[in-house]
Design a protein around this ligand. Structure first.
Ligand SMILES: [Zn+2]
Ligand SMILES: [Zn+2]
Length: 334
C-alpha cells in the first residue's frame, strides 16, 4: 500500500485502507445485537454442517443445497438492511436492477453448463476414464476430513487462478469487470464477464460428482463462508474465524481502489492459503472500484475482455511494426 500512515489508516494515492483488526470498527448496539452479530456466522456454519452430516439420503441432494443457498442469501439481504457495514454500500434501485440482471445471467449459464456436465454421456465417460479404485483410500477417511480436503483443494485451485488473473493480462481482462463494482452486497459475486465464470470453473476442476455427501459438505463450507466475501453486513467475527476464513473485510481490501492493497486476499474460503503465500492483508476498505470508482455499464462488461484484448493486440502489433523501422522511415531525411 503506497501512501502515508495516518493514525489507523494508510492514505494511498487514491483511497484509504484500514489495516489491522484492532482498527476495524465493532458492531454498534446493545448486548443482544452484539451477541447476534458475533455468533451468527459460526452458528450458521455448524448448523449447516450438522444438517448435511445427519440428513437422510432422500433429502441430501443438490436441489436441497440450492434451496438452502437461496434461503441463506435472503436472510443475509435482511441483515444488510438491519446492520450495514457501510451506509455508502446500501442498495439503490439502480444497483439492485443491474445485480438482478447478473444473477439471472449466472443462473441461466449454470443451468446450461449443468445440462452438459450432468448429462449421462459425460457421467459415463468419467466413470470409464477415471480409476475410481485408486480413490478408495480417500473414501475410507472420515466424512468431515473428506469434505475439508475437497473444499481446501478446490479453494487452492481457485486461489492460483484468481492470482493468475491479477498477474497475467489476458486473464485479467476477463476478471477486470468484477473489479469495477463500487460496493459489496449479497449479489455482487455474480457481477462480471461470463468468461470469468468459465475460467474459475477450470481453476476448480469439476471432478467431484462422486461422493455426494462429502461434496455437499464441502459446498456448504463454500456457502457458509465464501458468501460473506460480498456482503454489506457488519459482524464481530470471532478471531479464529478471521484467521481461517475469508471475510467481507478481507475482500473489501481486495476490491479497494488502491492498486497495491488490491493485490491481496485471493482465496475464496480459506484465507489461510493467502497467509501461506504471504498475500493476506487483514483490514478493510470502503472506497472500492477501478479508475476512481467509475461505474461500468452492463454492455461494457459483456464486451470488455474482447474489446480491450483487441486494443492491446493492435498496440502490440503497432509497436512491433515501428521497431521494424517504420518510424525511422517517417523521419524526414535532412
Ligand atoms: Zn480479483
Ligand atoms: Zn469480489
Amino acid at each position: 500500500m503506497n501512501g502515508t500512515r495516518v493514525g489507523n489508516r494508510v492514505i494511498g494515492a487514491q483511497s484509504p485502507v484500514t489495516v489491522g483488526w484492532e482498527n476495524v470498527p465493532k458492531v454498534v448496539g446493545g448486548p443482544v445485537k452484539q451477541f447476534v452479530f458475533t455468533w451468527f456466522q459460526p452458528a450458521v456454519l455448524f448448523a449447516l454442517i450438522a444438517f448435511w452430516y445427519y440428513a437422510p439420503n432422500s433429502i441430501a441432494k443438490a436441489s436441497t443445497a440450492i434451496g438452502i443457498g437461496i434461503g441463506f442469501k435472503a436472510l443475509l439481504l435482511a441483515l444488510e438492511w438491519v446492520n450495514p457495514r457501510f451506509d455508502s454500500w446500501r442498495l439503490t434501485w439502480k444497483e439492485a436492477c443491474t445485480d438482478l440482471f447478473y444473477v439471472g445471467l449466472g443462473y441461466t449459464l449454470l443451468r446450461i453448463v449443468d445440462g452438459y456436465v450432468g448429462s449421462d454421456a459425460v457421467a459415463e465417460y468419467l466413470q470409464d476414464a477415471m480409476h475410481w479404485d485408486k480413490l478408495t483410500w480417500f473414501m475410507t477417511l472420515p466424512l468431515l476430513v473428506q469434505a475439508f480436503l475437497i473444499s481446501f483443494t478446490f479453494d487452492f485451485g481457485q486461489y492460483w487462478m484468481h492470482r493468475g488473473m491479477h498477474n497475467f493480462h489476458p486473464l485479467w481482462l476477463t476478471h477486470a469487470p468484477h473489479h469495477y463494482i463500487t460496493q459489496l452486497n449479497i449479489n455482487k459475486g455474480a457481477v462480471g464477464n461470463p468468461v470469468e465464470l468459465f475460467l474459475i470453473g477450470l481453476g476448480v476442476g469439476g471432478f467431484f460428482d462422486f461422493l455426494p455427501r462429502a461434496a455437499l459438505l464441502a459446498g456448504t463450507l463454500g456457502l457458509a463462508v465464501g458468501t460473506y466475501q460480498h456482503v454489506n453486513v457488519r459482524f464481530n467475527s470471532p478471531r479464529w474465524w478471521r484467521f481461517l476464513f475469508n471475510t467481507t473485510e478481507h475482500h473489501s481490501v481486495h476490491h479497494s481502489q488502491d492498486f497495491e492493497a488490491s493485490r491481496s486476499n485471493y482465496s475464496g474460503t480459506w484465507i489461510v492459503i493467502d497467509r501461506m503465500f504471504g498475500t493476506c492483508v487483514d483490514g478493510e476498505a470502503e472506497l472500492l472500484g477501478m479508475e476512481g470508482g467509475r461505474r461500468m455499464s452492463i454492455q461494457e462488461t459483456m464486451v470488455y475482455p474482447f474489446a480491450e484484448g483487441w486494443k492491446s493486440f493492435k498496440q502490440r502489433a503497432g509497436r512491433l511494426g515501428r521497431s521494424d523501422g517504420d518510424e525511422a522511415m517517417a523521419v524526414p531525411a535532412e
